[in-house]
Design a protein around this ligand. Structure first.
Ligand code: HPA
Length: 288
């Protein structure tokens, strides 16, 4: 798939509408290990990606694939439960196709979540960060190619991509809940390798607070389509270059890749109830 053809988007949206009559206002993407964010939706209809024409299928453990149409806090929502990633071999257009479909179904706002490595030394594993801005360091852009002006402008603005209004709302909700909420810049890389210490230093110098392998493509397409975006990273692991180098020096680096992935999933699990509470609070106020 090269382009987001309007007929493909309509075919996919039509298939979803055949399963569920709710017209969603808000779209959610639940990232690595965060699928249970979708578990609390009521009147929920799960639709496996396999039942939706042109939808990409996920290949990674911990990323089940279904769209869930339902309600959260009385707000009609569509939840993309599990995303596909560029590192799996999908094109940027495939990764972001679900955004077009969720928007076609009616969603005006996107709430996106991911698991990330923490680059800001003030963070700890298990923290939640509201994304203030991003660095698209994938080397690619899903909008490359002919532009369909019905979907959005040729040169979309990315300043203000993460809605100041929604971030303020998230901060207010977190304060009310007594939940700590960090704020920062998310660096989106292509992966699948974790970064070298030199790369982590470079990312810190660029002003990144967290690093991951998703989100920037989806947010780019959501903004192209004019959606409002709110993004959260769960800091699954700290990715501090000096500490990683010291651990490698101490020969503590054996079999580490698996461990980091497990660590990310585990810290993600711990943060899920807090992030769930923040998202629910945002939705409660969204309806007003
Ligand atoms: N680097 C890149 N992506 C990630 C990380 C990391 O340390 N943790 C979770 N996703």
């Amino acid at each position: 798939m090269e382009l987001h053809k309007r007929e493909y988007i309509e075919e996919a949206a039509g298939a979803v509408r055949q399963h569920a009559s709710i017209v969603p206002q808000v779209a959610l993407i639940t990232g690595s290990g965060l699928a249970e964010l979708a578990d609390e939706a009521i009147n929920a209809t799960p639709i496996p990606y396999g039942d939706i024409p042109h939808f990409p299928q996920s290949t990674v453990a911990g990323h089940p694939g279904e769209l869930v149409v339902g309600e959260l806090e009385n707000v009609p929502v569509v939840i993309q439960r599990g995303r596909v990633h560029f590192y799996e071999g999908y094109s940027m257009q495939q990764i972001t196709f679900p955004i077009r479909v969720m928007q076609a179904l009616g969603a005006e706002t996107l709430i996106v979540t991911n698991a990330a490595g923490g680059l800001n030394p003030a963070f700890s594993a298990g923290d939640i960060m509201a994304i203030r801005d991003h660095l698209n360091l994938t080397g690619h852009n899903p909008l490359r190619g002919p532009n369909d002006p019905e979907l959005g402008p040729r040169f979309p603005l990315m300043a203000g991509a993460y809605s100041p209004r929604l971030r303020q709302l998230a901060r207010d909700v977190a304060r009310e809940l007594g939940v700590e909420l960090q704020s920062g810049v998310y660096a989106g890389l292509a992966g699948p390798t974790f970064e070298t210490p030199a790369e982590l230093r470079f990312l810190q110098m660029m002003g990144a607070d967290a690093v991951g392998m998703s989100t920037t493509p989806e947010v780019t397409v959501a903004r192209h389509g004019g959606m409002q975006v709110l993004g959260f990273s769960i800091v699954g692991n700290m990715a501090l270059p000096d500490e990683i180098e010291a651990a490698v020096e101490a020969q503590a680096g054996e079999g580490e890749a698996e461990e980091v992935h497990d660590e990310v999933l585990e810290a993600g699990q711990r943060a899920v109830p807090r992030l769930q509470a923040i998202i629910r609070g945002v939705l409660r106020n969204y309806a007003r």
